[in-house]
Design a protein around this ligand. Structure first.
Ligand code: GDP
Length: 450
């Protein structure tokens, strides 16, 4: 439990560990970890598939599922039993002040996985952006029987956003193949591959970073357990790996020495109220640097300090955490009002300054004019405006045309962005610009200030 991991107030002295040295020494024997975000159109089976992964890897017990099944059956929704794991199984959600991205952990012999689940239908996009900004890879779930609804619906936008958040590897789970006509139709799978591949390519996904997995989350076929080599679906066993095997094969190291050496930066994804011994906690992915118990960190843009009293990674207490890890920090000596989702936890001696004015480079997905916009940077959702279009640029970054009146879909441009409130955003930070509920541009910060 959390209390167990949180050291008492008295011994929260920094141990002065040489985290970089320990990290380097332990690296060869450390089991790799990976976090993935789950995306796809509503009802295509995301929650069911994740419930299945958790059940068949042993992270959730059959007893729990049976309990959900009973509840679900009473409500006349027996088929949702597996999906309920995602609704009710998260400890964070129960304690959360702002929890929008629930984490679920499961392990194989080779990899420790974290599922980043962005729930909710109406507010899915901001939550998805927040989840994707913490993810190493994405799992795109597509109902093979409703390809059209997915393509007309949110699938395309989800692909664009995942790439814009920096997720470069994607596993496409072609789901509900048990329910195609005839069941396990290879032709249906090929249709899905043919329709989705161009969307992935257009968003910048390289073919070697895309995998397709035919499966049925509901029945647990080709998710963790391989298909039988006999029968109508033998083509699956012969030609495809399971979803779990593809996930394992996608794992690449997400921490480099350069990242771990850099000053601490972690965006607050969620804030939790804790227990008496552990008043306030935050969760997020460390983008750079490292942190250890006893450290004093600076929160930006509020410019408030907090003391790190305990650290958890993958649900386990730790003395330190490094870049690339998703962790929970238990904090003291700070007021809850200074812990806001989207804010930045910084190295106290070398923080990111807060700013309102930025120069950004954008790729337009729709026409952009000087206009009011919603800016999404991971979990940060800020109001602002594009105040000037500086120039359109070509693929090599050379100026094509200065002061354009409008930037058209597909064009790249530099622009001035002004946020209504200050935010701690550095050059290189990825951002997504939306207006009236749709994404109009993706890009990154070139510099803070004029
Ligand atoms: P989500 O909205 O994407 O999370 O979708 P859910 O997981 O809630 O599933 C939506 C519906 O599809 C439920 O009725 C599920 O039982 C059903 N479903 C999910 N996966 C499968 C599958 O592999 N095969 C079939 N036949 N139905 C499925």
């Amino acid at each position: 439990s959390l209390e167990q991991h949180a050291p008492s107030q008295a011994n929260v002295k920094s141990k002065g560990l040489d985290v970089l040295k320990i990290w380097t020494e332990e690296k060869p024997k450390r089991k790799p970890s990976a976090a993935f975000v789950v995306i796809g159109h509503v009802d295509h089976g995301k929650s069911t598939l994740m419930g299945r992964l958790l059940l068949d890897t042993g992270a959730v017990s059959q007893r729990d599922i049976d309990r959900y099944k009973k509840q679900a059956t009473e409500l006349g929704k027996a088929s949702f039993a597996l999906a309920w794991v995602m609704d009710t199984g998260s400890e964070e959600r129960e304690r959360g002040v702002t929890v929008d991205i629930a984490q679920f952990h499961f392990s194989t012999d080779h990899v420790d996985f974290t599922i980043l689940d962005a729930p909710g239908h109406r507010d899915f996009i901001p939550n998805m952006i927040a989840g994707a900004s913490m993810a190493d890879l994405a799992v795109l779930v597509i109902d093979a029987n409703h390809l059209e609804s997915g393509i007309k619906g949110q699938t395309g936008e989800h692909i664009v956003l995942a790439k814009a958040c920096g997720v470069s590897r994607i596993v496409v789970a072609v789901n509900k193949l048990d329910a195609t006509n005839p069941p396990w139709s290879e032709a249906v799978l090929q249709d899905v591959v043919a329709s989705i591949t161009p969307l992935l390519t257009a968003s910048g996904y390289k073919p070697e970073n895309v995998r397709f997995v035919p499966c049925s989350g509901l029945n647990g076929q080709n998710v963790v357990k391989a298909m039988s080599k006999k029968g109508d679906a033998s083509w699956v066993a012969e030609g495809y790996r399971t979803l779990l095997e593809e996930l394992e094969s996608c794992v690449a190291p997400h921490d480099t020495e350069e990242m771990v050496r850099a000053p601490l930066r972690m965006q607050i994804a969620d804030v939790f109220r804790g227990s008496v011994t552990n008043p306030l906690s935050i969760a997020g992915r460390i983008t750079s640097g490292h942190v250890q118990t006893g450290d004093t960190v600076l929160l930006q843009p509020s410019n408030e300090r907090a003391m790190v009293r305990g650290i958890e990674v993958g649900g386990n207490g730790q003395e330190w955490a490094v870049a690339g890890q998703i962790c929970t920090l238990h904090l003291t000596e700070v007021d809850q009002q200074h812990l806001r989702a989207g804010d930045c936890v910084c190295d106290a001696k070398n923080p990111t300054p807060a700013a309102k004015n930025f120069v950004v480079q954008l790729t337009a997905l729709d026409s952009i004019l000087p206009q009011a916009v919603d800016v999404h940077v991971g979990r940060l959702h800020a109001a602002g405006s594009i105040t000037a279009l500086i120039s359109t640029i070509d693929d090599a970054g050379e100026v094509e045309r200065k002061k354009p009146r409008v930037v058209k879909a597909g064009q790249k441009a530099t622009a001035r962005l002004v946020l209504d409130a200050g935010a701690a955003l550095e050059a290189g930070t990825r951002l997504i610009i939306r207006a009236n509920g749709s994404t109009i541009a993706v890009g990154e910060i070139i510099r803070a200030g004029g």
